[in-house]
Design a protein around this ligand. Structure first.
Ligand code: TRP
Length: 456
């Protein structure tokens, strides 16, 4: 029965299309905005090494699990897991993993879209030459003034959600696949142009050294946790985004090969972004550990001082918007598929409903930068609360349950069959890694993120 299940939402035209869409989902603000600054804050090289290890030990096995669950279930994450559990006579309550994923993707998109909106605004700021000749103070002031204006943030947030709804409403092949097919290559070309520009600063090797020279003295226990948490976020794991995309993968395609390509591409984009950003930062005498402001506050100073900075600055923010956009699409799809299956409504309606809900929730994030900066819950503003709830609780917990479900609860022959790895050594590698390494690594991050290891 499981073999003949079809998705009512359609299918990718090829495995390549799936790899492109999933890589588009994985590569986003996480790679270009977050990775460089957390690497900067945690000392560079040594952190990068730990991060690569996390991608290998946790990211890889979980990525394969999530694709296999999606392809076997071929429905929205809740129904997929419920059907698979039913096929194997396991408890239907495992479907809670799917529910947590849908909730997480809904919440993440609500704030992700606001930040993507900042990037879109910066395309225009840069294009109009607003950074030229500015100093750190005036660039900070520009940023502060911008986020203090709720109307501006709502405007850009609306545009991002609007385009995301437009693409997702057109369906899997005509919407998502065709958008990613031209956007992802464009993003890569822009990235390479920017690395070329960074090489020209004369500080390229300072950037290389910063990213690849490991100085273990700079690595803290929190650095490990940050690295593992980021491995989840950057590969879009545990929210059902990848499961949803997996539901559209043709039957014969090798899941392991797809996972390897997605990981290579995602990691390459993160590292290459670092190689584009750090030389510009160093060449202008700036510091790389500037935190979340690295892209919106430090980098514009560099663009404002460098030759052709107006052009390359604009290209940089266009690249950031495209990267964020292909991720936003993947974050909307699980909710849309769920609404379609649950309420038996058309894709267009489901997408509009989901879009309106996410747009409304996003206003909470907008207001946490201006009208409501105070405490929302547990001493955090709304944006920080959503970020904490998703990245530190829902993703690790969802990932943990997901790996336990696939590696421990499902029978071996089922996973072996779905991975198309009958009798292969690699299957055992995946199985034992997923049973004995991945869950413990996740448990460590999870407990660590709750602060249980504080004081060590
Ligand atoms: N991976 C994307 C990034 O690095 C963000 C993203 C897209 C995501 N879909 C997700 C994060 C699902 C977590 C879960 O920017």
């Amino acid at each position: 029965m499981a073999e003949t299940r079809q998705s009512i939402h359609g299918q990718w035209t090829s495995r390549f299309a799936f790899i492109l869409a999933a890589t588009g989902a994985a590569v986003g603000l996480g790679n270009i905005w977050k990775f460089p600054y957390i690497a900067g804050e945690n000392g560079g090289g040594a952190f990068v090494l730990v991060y690569l290890l996390c991608i290998l030990l946790v990211g890889g096995p979980l990525l394969m699990s999530e694709i296999l669950l999606g392809r076997r279930g071929r429905q929205n994450p809740i129904n997929s897991i419920r059907s698979i559990a039913k096929d194997e006579n396991r408890s239907k309550y495992w479907a809670v993993i799917g529910l947590m994923g849908i909730v997480a993707s809904f919440l993440i998109l609500s704030y992700y879209s606001v930040i993507a909106g900042w990037a879109l605004d910066y395309v225009f700021k840069s294009g109009m030459g607003q950074f030229a000749g500015q100093n750190a103070q005036s660039i900070d002031a520009t940023f502060d003034k911008f986020i203090a204006n709720p109307w501006a943030l709502i405007f850009w947030h609306t545009i991002i959600i609007g385009f995301t709804v437009f693409v997702v409403a057109r369906g899997v092949q005509k919407g998502i696949e065709s958008a990613v097919r031209f956007m992802f290559p464009l993003m890569v070309v822009l990235l390479l142009i920017l690395v070329g520009y960074a090489m020209d600063t004369g500080y390229f090797f300072k950037g290389v050294e910063f990213l690849f020279h490991p100085d273990f003295a700079k690595l803290t226990p929190e650095g490990f946790l940050t690295a593992l948490g980021h491995a989840f976020f950057t590969l879009s794991l545990a929210t059902g985004s990848i499961m949803m995309y997996g539901a559209y993968v043709p039957k014969q395609s090798s899941i392991a090969t797809a996972a390897i390509w997605i990981i290579i591409a995602d990691t390459a984009v993160a590292l290459i972004s670092g190689l584009a950003i750090f030389p510009m930062v160093f060449a202008n005498g700036l510091v790389p550990s500037a935190g979340p402001g690295l892209i919106f506050q430090t980098l514009p100073i560099a663009f404002g001082q460098m030759g052709f900075g107006r052009i390359f600055g604009t290209l940089f923010f266009i690249m950031l918007v495209i990267a964020a956009f292909t991720s936003a699409i993947s974050l909307l799809e699980p909710t849309v598929a769920w609404l379609m299956e649950r309420l038996k409504i058309m894709r267009l309606q489901a997408t509009i409903f989901a879009g309106i809900g996410i747009w409304l929730l996003g206003i909470g994030t907008v207001l946490s930068f201006n009208a409501m900066p105070g405490h929302f819950l547990f001493g955090m503003n709304f944006f920080d609360f959503l970020d904490y709830l998703t990245a530190n609780i829902l993703l690790p917990l969802g990932g943990l349950l997901m790996i336990i479900f696939t590696a421990w609860v499902l029978p071996r022959h089922t996973t072996e069959d779905e991975l198309n790895m009958k009798g292969k050594v690699y299957y055992r590698l995946w199985l034992y890694g997923s049973r004995f390494i991945t869950p413990f690594a996740i448990l460590v991050v999870f407990l660590g993120s709750l602060g249980l290891f504080n004081g060590f």
